[in-house]
Every structure is written in C-alpha cells, then in structure tokens.
Write a protein that binds this ligand. Structure first.
Ligand SMILES: Cc1cc2nc3c(=O)[nH]c(=O)nc-3n(C[C@H](O)[C@H](O)[C@H](O)COP(=O)(O)O)c2cc1C
Length: 173
C-alpha cells in the first residue's frame, strides 16, 4: 500500500492514455474506494456507471469538448447523484466529491491515470439518454481512466498564506 499523503501530492490529471487495458480488478478497487467515501448520515447518495464498450465511449466523446481524452480512455466512470437517497443536497454533493477524489487517488496508487470531467455536464441530457439514466439520477462527473501516456505533468496551487487564516479572528480576510 502506498502512502496517502504521497499519493495526494503525486496525482495529476491525466488526459492522454495508452491502449493498454485496465484490469477488472483495478476497476473494482477504484469503485470500492468510491464506495468507502464518507457521506452525511452515511447515506451514500451515489451511483457509478462503468463504461468500457467502445460504442459507449464513442457516444460519450460527442458530449464534451474533451473528446480526445474520452476517446483515448480505456474506461469511463459516470458518477451520479441519486435523488432517492438524498437528505441534504449540498452535503450529498460534497460526499460525491469525496467519492470522486477517492477514485482518483486509487487510480494514482494503481499506476493508472485519470481525470475528473465536469465540462461534460453541459451536455448532461445527452449523457443521461445514452446511459439510460433513471429520472432520479443527476450526473455529477465522468472520470476518464486509462494507463497514462508517460510525460511530465505539472500543476500549481495558491500559496497557503493566501488561503489559510490562523487565529486571525476579527481581522479582515
Ligand atoms: C469539478 C471539476 C471539474 C473538472 N472538469 C474538467 C474537465 O471537464 N476537463 C478536464 O480536462 N479537467 C477537468 N478537471 C480537472 C482540473 O482541470 C484539474 O484538477 C486542475 O487543473 C488541477 O490539476 P491537477 O488535477 O493535475 O492537480 C476538473 C476538476 C474538477 C475538480
């Protein structure tokens, strides 16, 4: 098992994948990590749809500007909010974010690449139609997964001092 903190720091969004298959075991591990995310009242307000068939991948590739990334992925996981199990939409959506991050970290630790696709929500209705989503399911994200094309990937973050306020109660942020 890897070290969670190292995995958090080393994970980068991966948008180009090789043709190598992602194993069934790896997909199960990724889904298990999503399933074990925390949720308010432990209501687990998510559904995960796994898309591996080329036909499905091609159809979903037409629903986003990230066509190339989706086409190169070996597997897609569409993450849905399940309205039936909802108790507080804000908290439910936060829990779904935790589930997505768990899955991204699992990918990183398994040596796979992944990217959280949110832009595809612009064509949510088309995705719902393709995946035959039930009335009570709302698309939250699609995760594109595959073996990463090896290349340097960098990212940046705001400095801690710009986002963290330690014991500055009463002073302006
Ligand atoms: C809610 C959300 C939506 C995102 N949507 C997209 C997307 O549609 N396409 C994409 O290529 N990356 C998307 N990303 C990935 C971000 O661009 C990426 O996480 C950010 O630039 C930081 O880079 P890093 O993940 O490599 O650290 C999304 C990330 C989040 C959290």
């Amino acid at each position: 098992m890897g070290n969670t903190i190292d995995t958090i720091f080393s994970r980068r969004s991966v948008r180009e994948f090789t043709k190598e298959d992602v194993s069934d075991d790896a997909i199960t591990t990724i889904l298990e990590c999503g399933r074990w995310a925390p949720s308010g009242l432990n209501n687990q307000p998510w559904k995960f749809v796994v898309i591996r068939e080329q036909d499905g991948i091609h159809k979903l590739a037409d629903c986003t500007r990230y066509t190339k990334t989706v086409l190169s992925a070996n597997v897609l996981i569409a993450v849905y909010f399940d309205n039936e199990t909802s108790y507080n939409k804000t908290k439910d959506i936060q829990a779904i974010g935790a589930a997505v991050q768990n899955m991204l970290l699992a990918c990183e630790e398994l040596g796979l690449g992944a990217v959280w696709l949110g832009e595809i929500l612009n064509q949510q209705e088309d995705v719902d139609f393709i995946l035959k989503a039930p009335e009570n399911a709302e698309l939250m994200a699609v995760i594109a997964i595959g073996h990463p094309v090896e290349k340097a990937r960098s990212s940046s973050r705001k400095d801690l001092e710009d986002i963290v306020f330690r014991e500055k109660f009463g002073t302006k942020w």
